[in-house]
Design a protein. Sequence first.
Length: 218
Amino acid sequence: MSHEPAHRGRVVALASGSGSNVQALLDADPPLPVAAAITDRPEAGVRDRMAAAGIPSEVVPRAAHADRAAWEAALARAVAAYAPDVVVLAGFMRILSGAFVARWPMLNVHPSLLPAFPGAHAVADALAHGVKLSGATVHFAAEEVDAGPIVAQQAVAVDPEDTVASLHARIQRVEHALLPQAVAWQLGGRLRVDGRLVHVLADPADPGDPGEAPPDPV
Ligand code: GAR
């Protein structure tokens, strides 16, 4: 058991896929306080993970709404009902408006070293480009996709034998450490955004913690 105090606040996760990054928030020590996960896909694996953890999940499908604005308004209502302190985009594969991303502090996890390879096919794009290093990024969401101020990044070496699946699996292992760390910093009031630069402030509860600590490359 951890002797760290529990995190205070409420996290709402938006996810379209398996939800392994939401799982990483639940598995953190101490666990991050995930109040709910909301998905656009009824079949998303994240719903099974939430059911297993006894945490509510909701589906707000795009197809059930006449247009993008109506869908996004329904999504905003669903998120607002849980009064989040931070919203986490954990593999949420739909574009959100500037008004939506400005409504709550919002962190996104992305499987590349941004600004390289934004978009929905980051791992395939990195492989196709022949890069030797890729990695994971956690950043504040902004109106422009995958472009907000960067909170944390960690590099992953590309193996010549890598497939999209093998490289993505190694990047996700890194995501599962970076994302909980970034969410904990945000809930602890330790992130200060200064233009494009995000400063990680020292932990007031731990005089030995100097703040920013670059992770070791994998
Ligand atoms: C994650 O690797 C995340 O970085 C990626 O989707 C995956 C979701 O996995 N997001 C994007 O590509 C966003 N552009 P998960 O459902 O197992 O957490």
